[in-house]
Ligand binder design. Structure first.
Ligand code: ANZ
Length: 846
């Protein structure tokens, strides 16, 4: 017979699907329930790689599954096509970033089409199209109107290789840029920010809604990133300065133990305090600041690093003890956390203690951590006088000597009115006192910083603002959007700390919208994370030139039911998309507050234990597809294990997948019975196995156990083959039934093979329209057991029941048995003993 030829199938079916468009989702009259299934869109920096291959195969199972279950599925695709790689390639190779980007999109698109994910190509979009980025500009203006977009001068993360600022999120834990690998330094610049910190509480609290549908790991990462701390702000009077210094502390209970104060060297406060001090301090300070700025934030927070710092020879007054305490500056205090200053409590904070020991500052214990706070302490032994024998290994309460700060709970000491209280009660009491005296208040602080969105680069969305000659900022009027990027010709794209757009004279010089006078465009472009913060809404009507998205369509389709993508986006992208969604909610544009109801993070495809990438080499997706075919690769991706696990390419067998597909395909050629076969006949065991598969597969898919579904398909294929070869042959109705179930199941993973099988079984394309087959409950009954029904110990009947029958059901059966009813007669039932599934005994009396 004919051979299984995947290349031929690929060539045959792709144009037919193009014609049929079975994955369109836009019909407004479609009455089916809806599902929105989305993969994180791709950055077109080259052809698709193995990671795309995995993510797209997984998301496509979900999309195809819900379609089979009778849903109208939206599964769009697009390109996250602005960003540095295009610009860097342009600089390195002299190509136009536009040509480079759109060339890559064409390449990826061809590969993706061949990969046959069930996407609605009519919804394709690219963020670098003016039709798209116009709406980024609209969004920017809306945020600006609400006071959520603002400019400020501040220390920013500066990538000295790419010559651009980076968001905190783009600085890796080792202090290097996630883009260029350069060691990130600090630079003072005026930049645009989005006020995400206004949303910190909601971004944190709403994570609870995602519990169970987002990976726990991602929820934790988001929570830590937002990093809410609860405590108090305390005001300290400064000698020789009118304004007080406010510090944030999580431990206001330790206020009586404050022995000095520390301000961040790179804070304005430090500069001011130093300036008002001696010339010697001023000189030392300048030197220390320069030193401190060489360190990354990560280094500064490293608890094991030797503490450094200098005294500012200025003094503060402790608001409760009225003691005069020295003010120091040290780089372990960060300028942009809390208020950039700390009240140092060396007895109870390890950083403060390390610092105090190094510079010989006093240590005052204010919490007796040996004093029990609750009754839940070990029972002490008593001596002959009835006195408790204290263990002699109680920890020392002298951190100044031991070097170990006392972190635990205990009873307050040396703390005036707080003495004897537990930590939590002391916190409550002291906050009341501070508030009453007007020198402090309950407060929260977050790790989250405002989102720095401006970039001094070319290939991004121009910021739609104009700088008037009078220094005023004027928004570009909405009817003048989009502000389209100028041509690159004649522009020097080489990074230099200022946007290359500033040199596009014709573009940058504009009339002031207020009076037509000479003005300048803002030359910065937006962080590409702005582009991806709302793209899921643009997919709903990507061609709409009148609005960013249609609120009525958003009402229908959004939020996204299932989002699929890599864990590398666990913080940045997801946080920004959540933020923008809440902003749109507050403006009344959407009625939901979370963009992605469920999230699946696929694992990575590894080669030799490390992530495959263009630079590190490894297996190329196009090559393995050429060798084994699309279906075998897709099947291999889902069969390798649970989706969230990494795949070691050495451990999987695309050749094995191809062999299985050929086996399944061969079944469809061996089925000789007709479509209008008498379904209720044929090999009984095979029918049971088929219906067990139809019953179990949906639950398995919905819990992402795709690999188990594939294993079950393999078993069913083997069983069907056995019946053909040794039993009734291909004419058996059960063989057709099984093969059809296999085809429909396989269409989730191997679309070309399944489509061809469907045709060979005598159906019109496409198998995507086939729908899932319902299992026949009669074929799901397991082998039965005989239960004995007794009355007063005498057997009165027997029934066949499921081995899984509940005691309650068995008792009901017994009580409804005619023989049992007759035997009970008019006697009273006093006791029923049920031992499911074997026996029921009913005891009676007269
Ligand atoms: C006094 C104190 C006593 C503190 C004590 C802790 C323990 P988290 O939990 O991370 O929010 N702090 C405040 N601002 C800081 C800054 N800009 N740079 C470095 N450290 C800063 O940490 C809050 C604690 O970190 C605050 O509470 C403060 O030290 C310090 F037994 O105040 B604590």
């Amino acid at each position: 017979g004919p051979e299984y030829d995947i290349d031929a199938l690929q060539a045959k079916w792709l144009p037919i699907w193009d014609e049929l468009k079975p994955f369109r989702s836009g019909d407004p009259d479609d009455k089916r329930p809806r599902k929105y299934i989305l993969d994180m869109f791709s950055y077109p920096s080259g052809d698709l790689h193995m990671g795309h291959g995995e993510a797209y195969a997984l998301a496509d199972v979900v999309a195809r599954y819900w379609r089979q279950q009778g849903f109208n599925v939206m599964h769009p695709v697009g390109w996250d096509s602005f960003g540095l790689p295009a610009e860097n390639a342009a600089i390195k190779r002299g190509v136009n970033p536009r040509d480079w980007t759109y060339g890559n999109i064409a390449e990826q698109k061809a590969s993706m089409r061949r990969y046959a994910t069930s996407v609605d190509w009519d919804r394709e979009l690219a963020t670098s199209d003016p039709e798209y980025y116009k709406w980024n500009q609209w969004l920017f203006l809306k945020l600006y109107e609400k006071g959520l977009a603002y400019r400020k001068e501040s220390w920013v993360n500066w990538d000295p290789i790419d010559q651009t600022v980076l968001a905190n999120e783009q600085v890796l834990p080792d202090g290097t840029s996630d883009r260029s690998g350069a060691v990130v330094v600090k630079k003072k610049l005026t930049q645009w920010y989005f006020k995400i910190t206004d949303y910190a509480d909601r971004l944190l609290d709403d994570l609870n809604q995602l519990e169970g549908t987002w990976p726990a790991k991602v929820l934790t990462m988001q929570r830590n990133w937002i990093g809410r701390s609860i405590g108090a702000d305390v005001d300290f009077q400064i000698e020789g300065r009118d304004e007080k210094i406010t510090v944030f502390t999580t431990r206001p209970d330790t206020l009586y133990g404050v022995t000095f104060m520390v301000v961040a060297p790179d804070s304005e406060l430090a500069a001011e305090l130093a300036a008002g001090s001696t010339p010697e301090v001023q000189a030392n300070f300048a030197e220390y600041l320069a030193q401190a700025q060489k360190n990354t934030e990560i280094e500064r927070q490293d608890a094991t690093r030797e503490k450094t710092g200098i005294p500012l020879r200025r003094f503060a007054i402790n608001p409760v003890t009225k003691e005069r305490i020295p003010i120091w500056t040290a780089d372990y205090v960060l300028a942009d956390y809390g208020h950039g200053a700390v009240m140092a409590v060396p007895a109870h904070d390890q950083r403060d203690l390390d610092f105090a020991r190094k510079f010989e500052l006093p240590v005052v214990v204010v919490v007796d951590t040996n004093a029990p706070v609750t009754a839940a302490i070990p029972v002490l032994e008593l001596d002959e006088n009835g006195q408790a024998i204290l263990p002699d290994d109680l920890p020392s309460l002298d951190p100044g000597t031991t070097g170990e700060a006392l972190h635990g709970d205990g009873r307050m000491i040396n703390s005036g009115p707080l003495d004897g209280l537990s930590k939590n009660n002391a916190i409550k009491r002291i906050i009341e006192q501070l508030e009453a005296e007007g020198v402090g208040r309950a407060a929260k602080t977050y790790r989250l910083r405002d989102w720095l969105i401006s970039r001094q680069r070319f290939w991004g969305t121009p910021i739609p603002m104009i700088h008037g000659a009078d220094g005023e900022l004027v928004p570009v009027p909405e009817d003048q959007l989009p502000v389209v990027l100028p041509p690159t010709e004649g522009l020097d794209l080489q990074p230099k700390g200022q946007s290359p757009l500033a040199a596009a004279t014709d573009w940058v010089n504009v009339p002031d919208p207020r009076d037509g006078s000479a003005a300048l465009r803002d030359a910065d472009t937006m962080d590409t994370f702005v582009d991806s913060s709302w793209y899921f809404l643009r997919f709903l009507n990507p061609q709409d030139s009148t609005q960013a998205f249609d609120p009525r369509l958003a009402e229908k389709w959004a939020p996204v039911d299932q989002y699929v993508g890599g864990v590398e986006h666990a913080i940045l992208h997801l946080l920004y998309a959540r933020f923008i969604t809440k902003v749109l909610f507050d403006m009344g544009h959407v009625s939901f507050t979370e963009p992605f109801s469920a999230l699946l993070n696929q694992g990575m495809v590894l080669s030799g234990g490390s992530k495959m990438s263009k630079s590190k080499g490894g297996v190329n997706l196009g090559d393995v597809i050429d060798e084994f075919g699309v279906d075998a690769i897709r099947l291999t991706m889902v069969f390798a294990g649970p989706p969230e696990d990494d795949i070691n390419w050495e451990d999987v067998s695309p050749a094995g997948s191809a062999k299985f597909l050929a086996r399944a395909w061969r079944l469809s050629g061996d089925v000789t019975s007709h479509k209008d076969v008498e379904w209720k006949t044929g090999d009984a065991a095979l029918r049971k196995q088929t219906h067990r598969f139809l019953q179990d597969a949906p639950g398995l898919v919905e819990s992402f156990k795709f690999n188990v579904v594939v294993a079950r398909l393999m078993e069913l294929t083997n069983a069907t083959r056995k019946v053909i070869d040794t039993g009734a042959g291909g004419g058996d109705a059960a063989v057709r039934e099984a093969t059809e179930a296999i085809t429909i199941g396989l269409s989730l993973f191997a679309p070309y093979t399944a489509e061809e099988m469907w045709e060979r079984l005598g159906y019109e394309p496409s198998v995507a329209y086939a729908g899932w087959r319902k299992a026949d409950p009669n074929l799901l009954v397991e082998d039965s057991v005989t239960a004995v029904l007794q009355v007063d110990g005498k057997v009165r009947g027997r029934v066949e029941v499921s081995p899984k029958i509940s005691g309650e059901d068995l008792e009901k059966l017994a009580r409804s048995s005619e023989a049992v009813i007759r035997s009970i007669g008019d006697r009273e039932v006093v006791n029923v003993i049920v031992r499911a599934p074997r026996v029921v005994n009913i005891a009676t009396r007269e």
